[in-house]
Write a protein that binds this ligand. Sequence first.
Ligand SMILES: [Zn+2]
Length: 210
Amino acid sequence: MIRDVSVTVRPGIVTYPGEPGPTFTPIHAMASGDLDNVNALSMGIHTGTHVDAPRHFIADGATADSLDLEAMVGPCRVVEVPGDDAIGAPFLENLGLPPDTRRILFKTTNILRAQKPVFDPTFVALGIDGARWVTAHGIRLVGIDYCSMEPFHQQGETHQELLAHGVVIIEGLDLVRIDPGEYELLCLPVKLEAEGSPARVILRDLRRPS
Ligand SMILES: [Zn+2]
């Protein structure tokens, strides 16, 4: 069974402060008598479900087109994070994840924030000690269910730690209908030569063969 954990890109979706959301500008419109419908799309790259590449916080870092597909496809753990505190190393340690875990998606109380029509800076994210735990344990990808992997008050430390170690970051996931557990992850970002890229992300439920 395939679960879509991507959000729909449409005008009005919540974005990080300063991030321009999607605008569709008609180039051709059948309603105006044109032969077909063609739109131009304009939006900040960090809109909706997307990946961050090293270039986001490292000046000469790799761009999204060269992210390792092996990191973005494969077994994945969806972990439930209770409460409103940043995700820290003790929490991650106490999960007792198998040592071969390479991909973790955090299902947090952001589910409630994501339902609001405006940005909520109290969102749950990965603290710097949590990021160091991730890089120390060979994790290749982490994902979260709000606009950023980094607590709002931080200055880039979480991104820098993850991206400097080649960890792919997925932000803006929709995990509301996903139970914690083990899945197969398929995250395919558009092949953009940029610091990030919009992505379609799906989970395949390993317990229920399709
Ligand atoms: Zn981003």
